[in-house]
Ligand binder design. Sequence first.
Ligand code: WT7
Length: 635
Amino acid sequence: MSHYHLDTAESYKKAYQESLENPEAFWAGIAKDNFLWQKPWDKTFDWDQKNTEVKWFAGGKLNITENLLDRHLVHNGDKTAIIFEPNDLDESPQKISYSDLAKSVNKMANVLKDQGVGKGDRVCIYLPMIPELAIAVLACARIGAIHSVVFAGFSSTALAARINDCDCTLVITSDGGFRGAKTIDLKNIVDQALEDCPGIQKTLVVARTNQKINMVPGRDFWLKPLFDQASDHCPPTIMDAEDPLFILYTSGSTGKPKGMVHTCGGYMVYTAYTFKNVFQYTEQDIYWCSADIGWITGHSYILYGPLANGATTVMFEGVPSYPDFGRFWAIIEKYKITQFYTAPTAIRALAKESLDFVTPYDLSSLKVLGTVGEPINEEAWQWYFNHIGQGKVPIVDTWWQTETGGVMIAPLPGITRAIPTYATLPLPGIQPVLLDEQGNEIKTPEGSGLLFIKHPWPSIARTIWGDHQRYVQTYFGAQKDKYMTGDGATRDAQGNYRITGRVDDVIIVSGHNLGTAPIEDAINEHELVAESAVIGVPHPIKGNSLFGFIILKNSFENEVSLKNQINQSIVQHIGPIAKLDEMVFTPGLPKTRSGKIMRRILRNIAQKNFDALGDTSTLLNPEIVKDLIAMMQKK
Ligand code: WT7
């Protein structure tokens, strides 16, 4: 018997117990009964610990789009798959039925095929939140091409690095994008990126803003004429469960971004299963996740998870503050949203505004509220619960990562007892453990430590594109048989987990995962900069803000202009999300004798916690601490 729907505390407990005792039988049950397979798998689970290779459902044949689209056409073809809510209020929304979505995906798949794209080829998608983004993603999946969606806020340099890392041959983009009162010149950014991307043969351009752009003959093609001519029938390419479905880049604590590889079968099963249960999805629901499809949240919980369940999912092109701070709540009222999923940073930003932006709207359709991306503080939780949830809608604080593919630790709404700031209990199949600094498992019910996961689950990322060694090192380097999350957590006596934050050099800013190393690299590109260190400082809205300690090569004339130039360098290399909120110019950085920057000391100095610095005498350059304190006291 499979436990696809966990609808009571007992069914959760029973499923969790079974998943612990026999993970293979548990997932085989879920996978077999609820999805369309062209051929059953040979082996449910295979874990080669020596080479850190994980397989789920290997030998099983499927195409994920048959599960997302075709199988719903029989009874639900007219049901709305995607509601598109444009940025501007004067543009009409679109309701795209399952059968129309299937047709568009088939057409787009044929366009890609005509351009020479085939199974295993990498396609870069750099689009705003418009229906073509969803269609492009699913079209790749239809023909077995590996999509690599790059968030349309990334700069040309960041885009080029991602295109080149996985040797994409084609880019799908648009002339521009609407975001609040701004337009973003996407095609221009692509043009700049492609100067450094010799592997790109073609670009397909969606007309969205109708702004003037440059089209390179022979390379750039408007999508519409090709799309209109294409047949709406494209047979699905049959994939192995372990064939790659997509690559999605995430920051690492060092160097270049990591291209996380997710595969077809396990990812499908896990995202569908967790969507169903974490949101207690039922057939009449109208579900909205406000993330961008450029992040994993959008992949798993705007597209794959909801569509696998035949749900109606909303895609919103704009931002929460446009035309005013009531936009989210207006959308909830307009479509009678039943499940709403957003980031704590958005909640904090909206909670800061007047309640007059909330009270006009009827939010009584809501059944579940979700959060993701960073720890949610008690105050934001209470505001969300009282003002959006009207004091009665359960909140699910969902902990997971790009690498985990789907939600790992979260309450089941209305079933698990929610505790503000706690992600609470692991979902079936997930075995969290806490380790102390020495790597020993904390066996007591209560404890605090480093969060690891014991047994691979179906949607764990299988590798880092082109660098399996880095994958092994990053996630299984500390413990050969446990996945290292990079987060710290505490556990209460009932087994509830509270995630306390990153324990490595990754900083979560407004829910975006940023590595310190790439930001420092961008700062160091400035000709006057010798060295820099970036740290995170708690921030009331963003969660963390970025603080840079910067050593200059020479003296400088105009501090304000230099700071602007440094931020411009960051914008050019990464994007506006990584700009520093504050920077100080310092003659040196506190270092250990082996030359490692002591970030803990910098974090305390930036927050003016001068009493918390501890023993600094063992530093290579203890005198620098006094200088830094003096500088901060003047600030
Ligand atoms: C990191 C992963 C998963 C989709 C969005 C972010 C932090 C995520 C929570 C939460 C506390 C959280 C962790 C994690 N994080 N959700 N509910 N409570 N922290 O994906 O960009 O891969 O970032 O986000 O630190 O490691 P990501």
